[in-house]
Design a protein around this ligand. Structure first.
Ligand SMILES: Cc1cc2nc3c(=O)[nH]c(=O)nc-3n(C[C@H](O)[C@H](O)[C@H](O)COP(=O)(O)OP(=O)(O)OC[C@H]3O[C@@H](n4cnc5c(N)ncnc54)[C@H](O)[C@@H]3O)c2cc1C
Length: 450
């Protein structure tokens, strides 16, 4: 019987699950299909309810995982096939090429400087974030290596000015490249780590149990919802999180996308899109605390900024959450129980006028703000359907992984030996994800329920 376990998803849940199982003496394969471990927490600024710096908490854990003798990290890796035998799972994985020799890359950044093309960053594009075609996922990424955008390598970025892709020979055929500026820059540094000819690798593993820690995603509002996608100064709470973050594209300056002006009045819409045909149909649990946090941090940046939260219900279910909400109020945020219905932009000032019904008085009101933040909620990972099919386990009606019995067999699935933790089970905060990770790791190590 294999003594190893595999964890799918390396956000804060997967990382804590891995550390727990590995400290117990179990060999752990920690798999993530993106180029770095860290998940959502690596993108956050500070975390409620303590407002500790998010990456300062997570980065040491990421490095511990990287250096743990019992943990093997497999990033950029997809689970392709899983076959259950009596006491184990035979897993076929594909490690997608990063076009980098991970042993040789030291993340010096010379290749990025040499790359002639900057495109909008996947996460920060809306608020001005850009990245090169060879890039670091984020400064503290683990593994701390660069990755080449496959679109560049496949010649699809030529029109944007990319230096590779115009050659008559496919990159996979060459072992040297006289064209690519990143290759030259890397060689000049004496490293020769860029490998445009690298191909995907198949891996086969046998593990006794699997933990699904595939997490959550922040919901994107439908085009036009409260002006999103129409007015530049309407952004999501995740985009605001990145705006506040010193490691984000504005280096922590809370400036608005339309003109880079320091914002003096900001409103948050809670439950944006909830209940609409293309909105999130459930409460995501964390958004009330996220908004409270964002107002507190905004005031830390500049106490003169006016903050308002339009809400219809308040969720403060965790330890210290009510006190956190009180702290936000003490800091001067105005909570307005409201039903907002439309948003207009002044074409000259680019300010937004919000019209809403004050639920307590029944009056129709309006307010002018400089930035509007939509709290859109947490949704399941968009790869859950595929993963559920491969693992032959069920999703619930919302698209999260289904626990066999939340009361009697929490974090277990119908398939013996497959367990769940963190956002894979539904909307969740960091503390709860870590608690579940500890429980799931022990279930996986001991193969509980078999
Ligand atoms: C704007 C915002 C602010 C927040 N602020 C706070 C806060 O202040 N405090 C707090 O407690 N919580 C906060 N949260 C919630 C917090 O982000 C989550 O609780 C936490 O990220 C859940 O961790 P996780 O590991 O379960 O999932 P994730 O962080 O989502 O990690 C999942 C990982 O799995 C990987 N993955 C997904 N599918 C696959 C697959 N099929 N194969 C391989 N890998 C896969 C992903 O790439 C990712 O790396 C916030 C959320 C948002 C949106």
């Amino acid at each position: 019987m294999s003594e190893s376990i595999m964890i799918i998803g390396a956000g804060v849940a997967g990382i804590n699950c891995a550390l727990n199982a590995a400290d117990y003496g179990t060999k752990v394969y920690l798999v993530d299909d993106t180029p770095s471990i860290g998940g959502m927490m690596a993108r956050l600024d500070k975390t409620f309810p303590t407002n500790d710096c998010s990456i300062c908490i997570e980065a040491p854990q990421m490095y511990e995982v990287d250096n743990h003798p019992n943990i093997e990290i497999l990033t950029n890796t997809e689970i392709r096939k899983v076959k259950k035998t009596d006491a184990s799972f035979k897993v076929r994985l594909v490690k997608k090429a990063k076009f980098i020799d991970e042993e040789k890359c030291t993340a010096c950044g010379a290749c990025m400087e040499a790359c002639p093309v900057a495109i909008p960053d996947e996460m920060d594009g809306k608020i001005g974030g850009k990245r090169k075609l060879i890039y670091m996922p984020f400064p503290q990424a683990v593994p701390n290596v660069a990755v080449v955008d496959p679109e560049c390598r496949h010649g699809k970025m030529r029109e944007d000015g990319a230096c590779v892709g115009g050659c008559v020979v496919d990159c996979s055929q060459c072992r040297e490249c006289p064209i690519a500026l990143c290759v030259k820059a890397c060689q000049k540094e004496g490293k020769d780590a860029v490998r445009l000819w690298q191909s995907n690798k198949n891996l086969n593993l046998e593990v006794k149990s699997i933990v699904v820690a595939s997490g959550i995603m922040d919901a994107k509002p439908a085009e036009g919802l409260h002006g999103y996608g129409v007015h530049q100064n309407v952004i999501t709470n995740m985009e605001f999180e990145r705006l506040m973050n010193a490691g984000g594209p504005t280096e922590g300056h809370i400036i608005r996308p339309s003109d880079g002006k320091h914002v003096k009045k900001i409103a948050w819409y809670q439950c944006a899109g909830r209940g609409l045909a293309d909105g999130v149909p459930y409460c995501s649990k964390v958004c009330c605390m996220v908004a409270a946090k964002q107002t507190i941090i905004t005031k830390e940046h500049d106490p003169s900024v006016e903050t308002l939260i339009y809400y219809n219900d308040l969720k403060a279910y965790g330890k210290g959450f009510w006190g956190f909400y009180e702290k936000a109020k003490e800091n001067g945020v105005r909570y307005i129980k409201a039903r907002p219905y439309d948003v207009f932009e002044d074409p000259e000032t680019r300010n937004l006028t919000i019209r809403y019904e004050d639920v307590e008085t029944g009056n129709l009101m309006k307010e002018e703000v400089e930035l509007l933040v939509l709290s859109t909620g947490l949704i399941p990972s968009d790869r859950n359907k595929r993963l559920a099919k491969v693992l032959k386990i069920e999703l619930d009606n919302l698209g999260f992984f289904k626990e066999e019995d939340p009361m009697m067999a929490p974090l277990e699935t119908k398939a013996k030996g497959i367990y769940l933790c963190g956002g894979a089970t539904g909307p969740i905060d960091i503390a709860e994800s870590v608690v579940q990770a500890g429980a799931a790791s022990m279930k996986a190590v001991l193969r509980i329920g078999d």
